[in-house]
Write a protein that binds this ligand. Structure first.
Ligand code: ATP
Length: 438
């Protein structure tokens, strides 16, 4: 069974690789770090951007039924009253120490987690939203919140998008951006942060068709992870039971990944009915209804929400891609990242630092870097340099040797198979373009 699958890599190995090679550093490290906040280093920022770009391209730019949005992190405080975040976050809450589910203290009849039986924390008055003040006066009327999800920005802009794009149902609004939660249980590296990024879709559908679209999005999102190379055996799916659902939710489905600490949520897909639009229509007094041109009906659309974490995605793809094998009698650490996610696509490695070889290698490098993130590495043995690139997941290395000066050919080495082909310099770009265009 999938539960028994052992994760291949430990969190220590991932944390150490991330730090050593510049993927992720603790925030404000010279001051001792800041709990559950992380900084993405030179390679991490490329990989994180690649993940967001892949999502944006596949979910927004190449679809007719989706538009994007980038809404502000600070929103009108009434948003959080209407969405229920202010109220549900200010009750006395307890948290399960093992599965991290939170419950209103009043709802529990036994001092154990109703879902997994785990130990329950002491009740706490808690509001997971970070507060700050807008303007010069620090009083209650000036309180604003850092958004705990990007979703509300899309709900409150529903009439703006409708009016400016003339989209017809079904269609979705998508957004990538920072969210903030004052989590009480943190840890596991970038899995659960207090500042993190989300990639969320609110997909608006005609009431009555929500089940079909719920299923569609579950399937679509699972396939997306697999398309980017995530192994099937590292993915598991969990439908929430009725008792776990928020009162308004029609259904909820988690895509779980086998992280080093065990199975945990990577993305949640929820069928939310018309709860959010109803709440905002009531609280704002605005008419948020959709007018169906065919039937002339006026109604609030239902919503299916696929909500993914960027940082969790980066961690999952790193863990999934991590591998060790033996090359030339030595252990080789290798990140088998999909080329779309790999932070560096190609490295140019001259066999000598001297001219005229260096000049030729530099000109190849300058030509390639226009199209892809590339590295130029001329230090240490060629074997060492291959290992360095394997460890950060670079799909291709181009080696320039003395023979290259004579025959204008170079060696292209592929990361996973370590296979090498020799091709004319003039064909390098075309060959890489074909291999990288996945
Ligand atoms: P969890 O139960 O793990 O706290 P959640 O169910 O509260 O997550 P959602 O509110 O459904 O999460 O948010 C959607 C996605 O946003 C999650 O699947 C996850 O990928 C990401 N996410 C949520 N909270 C965090 C966090 N504190 N740090 C990093 N990513 C997060």
């Amino acid at each position: 069974m999938a539960e028994e699958t052992a994760p291949k890599v430990t969190m220590e190995k991932i944390v150490s690789l991330c730090r050593r090679r510049g993927f992720v550093f603790p925030s404000s490290e010279i001051y001792g770090g800041l709990s559950s906040c992380w900084d993405y280093g030179p390679l991490g920022v490329e990989m994180k951007r690649n993940l967001k770009d892949a999502w944006w391209k596949d979910m927004v730019q190449t679809r007719d039924d989706m538009v994007g949005l980038d809404t502000s992190i600070l929103m009108h405080p009434q948003v959080w009253v209407a969405s229920g975040h202010l109220k549900s976050f200010s009750d006395p809450m307890v948290e399960c120490k093992s599965c991290q589910r939170r419950y209103k203290a009043d709802d529990l009849t036994k001092p154990e987690c109703p879902t997994c039986g785990g130990e329950i924390s002491e009740p706490r008055q808690f509001n997971m939203m970070f507060k700050t003040f807008m303007g010069p006066v620090e009083d209650a009327s000036a309180t604003v919140y850092l958004r705990p999800e990007t979703a509300q920005g899309m709900f409150v802009n529903f009439p703006n998008v409708l009016g400016s794009t003339r989209k017809r149902l079904p269609f979705g609004i998508a957004q990538v951006g920072k969210s903030f939660r004052n989590e009480i249980t943190t840890g596991n590296f970038i899995f659960r942060d207090r500042e993190f990024e989300q990639m969320e879709i609110e997909y608006f559908v005609k009431p009555g068709t929500q089940d079909k679209w719920f299923e569609y999005w579950i399937n679509e999102r699972i396939l997306w992870y697999q398309k980017l190379g995530m192994r099937k055996e590292h993915l598991k799916f969990r439908q929430h039971e009725k008792k776990e659902l928020a009162h308004y939710a029609l259904g909820c489905f988690d895509i779980n990944f086998l992280f080093p600490m065990g199975w945990a949520e990577l993305e949640g897909i929820a069928s939310r009915g018309d709860y959010d639009l109803t709440q905002h229509a009531n609280a704002s007094g605005r008419n948020l209804q959709y007018v169906d041109e065919e039937t002339k009906e006026h109604y609030l659309p239902y919503v299916v929400e696929p909500s993914a974490g960027v940082d969790r995605g980066v961690l999952a793809f790193l863990c999934d891609a991590y591998d060790e094998d033996i090359a030339d009698g030595e252990t080789r650490v290798i990140l088998r990242l999909h080329p779309r996610l790999a932070p560096v696509k190609v490295a140019v490695l001259p066999l000598s630092k001297k001219e005229p070889l260096a000049n030729l290698a530099r000109s190849i490098y300058n030509d390639l870097r226009v199209s892809w993130v590339a590295q130029y590495d001329e230090t240490q043995s060629i074997g060492r340099r291959y290992r360095r690139q394997d460890e950060i997941g670079t799909p291709f290395c181009v080696t320039v040797d003395f023979q290259s000066l004579e025959d204008q050919q170079v060696t292209v080495r592929e990361r996973d198979s370590m296979q090498q082909i020799r091709i004319p310099i003039g064909e390098v770009k075309g060959t890489l373009a074909a291999k990288l265009a996945l």
